[in-house]
Design a protein around this ligand. Structure first.
Ligand code: UD1
Ligand code: CA
Length: 456
């Protein structure tokens, strides 16, 4: 079976009050349209066509990597008109699936169920029972319970408005009949639009059965029209992610204060996550992990038995087994820590590898540096890696001890087991096993007196 999915995404989204086209607004850091695309992409043998209009250039530029064909609908004359733009590209035998670019949480299982209801004599329609159907097209059934048409809210009679079964807009049908019906649409209705929903009545006239199915939850078929709905679906999505993680062995101190914006490529168990933790991008997380509150972890790999204390920012980093990070640590891109490394408070690392058992516990900036094993870097150590134009490397070999408040002016190498005296500015390589220090000699002046204030 060949599938053609048409994602309708030309609408303006006026109520978002935004310069950004609505479908580029994000849930979990992914554009609404991308959510729909990702779901459709999971169907095999599927050609995806996306109908864009408002902000078409911005949309195609932002989502240039999608494996889809972009079709422009210059004037938005209705959902039927939108599908007409793709008509000539639909094969007779294709199963055509219509999705909306602003309905992000639709589940793959729901779509598969829908598609299974399509055959040469049936159209599959996703409907939803609503507590308040205002604004939705209503599903009109005959006394035998068969669907006979959809009537839009603005065209509905008083009785039709009482129907609680709403049209989600999502449907599937074979290409040949769809193309025929599309060519017969007219815009003689309250909104002067070409309604896709009119194909239902045409299908019934052609002796098609309209097979309806429903999503598991209403949230699956909710569209985003304003930022309140956007935030609602964000929370729905996040609660789902939280549930998945908890089922996999993660303790979330409060699932309502946890955000996952991306994927977790691998996950161990016995992971404890405190409140306000954000996992972003693609992370790999080992087993027996504690993550303290208010921490952002992005595109990182975390080994087993790691503890991350409160308020850390960790990005494009690797943390080795048994390491301890924070509180208030910042691991910037390409920070690679081996086993049992301790990074303490107010420590910033960038492009730095730290070998096993080394400690940088307080108030330091270490950038473009290779740190050996069992190195101890004292409080207030700074690698001066930048001369305003170029970046330079610092090498600190195994067992070195850097006294507090030292500046290591790169390029520079601190030899194996070398000791740097506190307060030194090191500009030359420091030999192994020796104490190196650069500091004015301390002296005391006997008989020196403080100035005395004159009486006025
Ligand atoms: C549509 C349905 C209605 C259903 C509701 C569900 C029709 C006539 N009505 O109504 O039965 O209950 O969705 O939300 O189909 N779009 C285009 N080009 C256009 C018009 C719309 O691409 O010319 C896109 C929009 O960007 C949006 C989707 O189609 O993603 C639905 O359009 P919208 O205007 O929201 O349809 P409704 O009037 O709400
Ligand atoms: Ca709508």
């Amino acid at each position: 079976m060949k599938i053609t999915t048409i994602i309708l995404a030309a609408g303006k989204g006026t109520r978002m009050r935004s310069d950004l086209p609505k479908i580029l607004h994000k849930i979990a850091n992914r554009p609404l349209l991308q959510h729909v695309y990702d779901t459709a992409k999971n169907l095999k043998n599927n050609n995806i066509k996306i109908v864009v209009g408002h902000g078409a250039e911005l949309v195609t530029a932002a989502l240039i990597n999608l494996d889809a064909e972009w079709i422009e609908q210059t004037l938005q004359l209705g959902t039927g008109h939108a599908v007409q733009q793709v008509s000539h590209q639909i094969g007779d035998d294709d199963t055509v699936l219509i999705l909306y670019g602003d309905v992000p949480l639709l589940k793959l299982e729901t779509v598969k169920l829908l598609i299974n209801n399509v055959n040469d004599q049936s159209l599959a329609l996703l409907t939803v029972k609503l507590a308040n159907p205002t604004g939705y097209g209503r599903i009109v059934r005959n006394s035998a319970g068969q669907v006979i048409k959809i009537v839009e809210e603005k065209d509905a009679s008083v009785d039709e408005k009482k129907i609680m079964e709403g049209n989600t807009g999502i449907m599937a049908v074979k290409g040949k009949p769809l193309k025929k019906w599309l060519s017969q649409l007219s815009n003689g209705n309250a909104q002067g639009e070409y309604y896709l929903t009119d194909v239902i009545e045409m299908a019934v006239a052609d002796k098609f059965s309209v097979v309806t199915s429903q999503p598991d939850t209403e949230d699956e078929v909710l569209g985003v029209n304003n930022r309140i709905q956007l935030s609602h679906l964000e929370r729905v999505y996040q609660q789902e992610q939280a549930n998945i993680l908890m089922e996999q062995g993660v303790t979330l101190r409060d699932p309502l204060r946890f955000d996952q914006r991306g994927e977790i490529a691998s996950l161990g168990q016995d992971i404890e996550i405190d409140v306000n933790v954000i996992l972003e991008g693609n992370n790999k997380i080992g087993s027996n992990i504690k993550i303290g509150p208010n921490t952002l972890i992005k595109n990182s790999i975390i080994g087993d038995n790691v503890e991350i204390f409160a308020n850390c920012i960790i990005e494009d980093a690797v943390i080795g087994t048994g390491s301890r990070i924070g509180p208030y640590a910042r691991l910037r891109p390409d920070s690679v820590l081996a086993e049992n490394v301790h990074i303490g408070n107010f420590v910033e690392l960038k492009k730095t590898t730290v070998a096993a058992g080394s400690k940088i516990n307080h108030l330091s900036y270490i950038g473009d540096t290779s740190v050996g094993e069992k190195v101890n870097i004292g409080a207030g150590t700074i690698t001066c890696n930048y001369d305003g134009v170029n970046k330079f490397q610092t090498v600190i070999e195994d067992g070195a001890f850097i006294g507090s408040n030292s500046q290591l002016v790169a390029p520079v190498t601190i030899g194996k087991n070398a000791t740097i005296g506190a307060g030194s500015t090191i500009t030359k390589d420091s030999p192994e096993n020796q104490l190196t220090l650069s500091r004015a000699k301390q002296m005391s002046i006997a008989g020196w007196q403080r100035p005395i204030k004159k009486e006025s």
